[in-house]
Ligand binder design. Structure first.
Ligand SMILES: NC(=O)c1ccc[n+]([C@@H]2O[C@H](COP(=O)([O-])OP(=O)(O)OC[C@H]3O[C@@H](n4cnc5c(N)ncnc54)[C@H](OP(=O)(O)O)[C@@H]3O)[C@@H](O)[C@H]2O)c1
Length: 323
């Protein structure tokens, strides 16, 4: 429970302008915090300001690759949370620079400022992973644990919600294409988790209600294969599509070509990532390092996804579900 004092506490949210960020910023604003949204293009974060009262949400320019800008963003903060992550490399945005060294820079700045730290990672983070995304997420976690041992670290499975890049993307594809690709047959397992639930968990860490020095794994109530996720999406948008299984070697080849596009829909690194199950580990379940363990009841796909995928239904079926 947050007591609103004369000067509400200030939270710096690195990556607060992104998909997960906007939900966290809103959750923090509702709790009465002042929120500093730190990202490279703060002008794109201006849309967040109406989520709070006058002056409560302030975008600021910061780039995890420039340590001085990280220090400036952390100045005076009562809590720091790092949401920055990239799914593909481009220009100077390399996995190591952003997810490993960037996480280290945030941890050093938080430590120097004496502010508690929450770090956002991903399920699958593993120093030995063949995927650079997953490897550098693990290196970022290790740097955070070395510098701020009492930091809270969250890993999540794939996150869904309005504006997600998962269900929205495949629903958009299903609208125009008669077939949907299933990489490796679509047998990899996912545990999609609602963005509102992960934002609530992160906000509770800011409240000081999550025990530090531990890694939490956040997943939704259902474990589904990629194929089952696609079937669920098609059911929601009321369309029938054929699935085409794409063997991994072919997927790797396609990703090599697509990976050269400026905003690649698939990269070779993502193909490596997709080959590994993305679900909460048994150890996390047993030790209650989960949403359930934090007392957060996870929302199911069916409770949330129809409320934003209905626009992908065939013409004449645009009835927004009533809840
Ligand atoms: N979405 C998922 O399904 C999912 C699943 C598992 C884990 N996660 C993790 O959750 C976190 C948030 O994901 P998301 O989906 O919200 O990502 P997102 O929508 O891509 O947002 C990324 C944010 O990071 C900022 N950013 C990127 N590079 C930066 C840099 N060098 N310095 C400072 N800010 C930078 C972006 O703003 P600018 O571009 O303006 O800088 C943006 O605010 C990430 O760490 C991600 O790995 C997400």
């Amino acid at each position: 429970m947050v007591t609103i004092s004369a000067k509400p506490k200030l939270v710096t949210v690195f990556g607060g302008s992104g998909f997960v960020g906007r939900h966290l910023v809103q959750a923090l604003a509702r709790r009465g915090y002042r929120v500093r949204v730190a990202c490279r293009r703060p002008e794109l974060a201006n849309y967040l300001q109406p989520l709070g009262s006058m002056g409560q949400i302030q975008p600021i320019q910061a780039n995890l690759r420039y340590r001085w800008s990280v220090d400036r963003a952390v100045e005076g903060a009562d809590h720091v949370i790092n949401l920055v992550g990239i799914l593909a490399e481009s220009g100077h945005q390399r996995f190591d620079a952003v997810q490993h060294l960037g996480a280290r820079a945030v941890a050093e700045a938080a430590r120097a400022a004496g502010a508690p730290l929450t770090q956002v990672s991903a399920i699958g983070a593993d120093i030995n992973s063949p995927s650079s995304y997953a490897r550098t997420k693990a290196l970022g976690e290790a740097a955070v644990r070395e510098i701020v041992p009492e930091a809270v670290i969250f890993r999540s499975s794939i996150v869904f919600g309005p504006e997600d890049k998962f269900f929205n993307r495949f629903a958009a594809m299903a609208r125009i294409s008669p077939v949907l690709p299933l990489l490796g047959g679509g047998s990899n397992r996912l545990q999609p988790v609602y963005v509102g639930d992960v934002a609530e968990a992160y906000a509770r860490a800011v409240d000081g209600d999550v025990e530090g020095g531990r890694i939490y794994e956040l997943g939704g109530p259902e474990v589904l294969t990629f194929r089952e996720c696609m079937e669920e999406m098609l059911r929601i948008i009321n369309r029938r599509r054929m699935f085409v299984s794409v063997p991994w070697p072919v997927a790797r080849l396609q990703a090599k070509v697509l990976g050269m596009l400026p905003n690649p829909p698939l990269t070779p690194d993502q193909v490596k990532l997709l080959q590994i199950d993305n679900v909460v580990s048994q150890a996390a379940e047993e030790e209650k390092r989960t949403l359930n363990g934090l007392g957060i009841g996870a929302h199911s796909i069916d409770a949330i996804v129809p409320s934003y995928l209905w626009t992908y239904r065939p013409a004449g079926q645009f009835t927004k579900p009533q809840h």
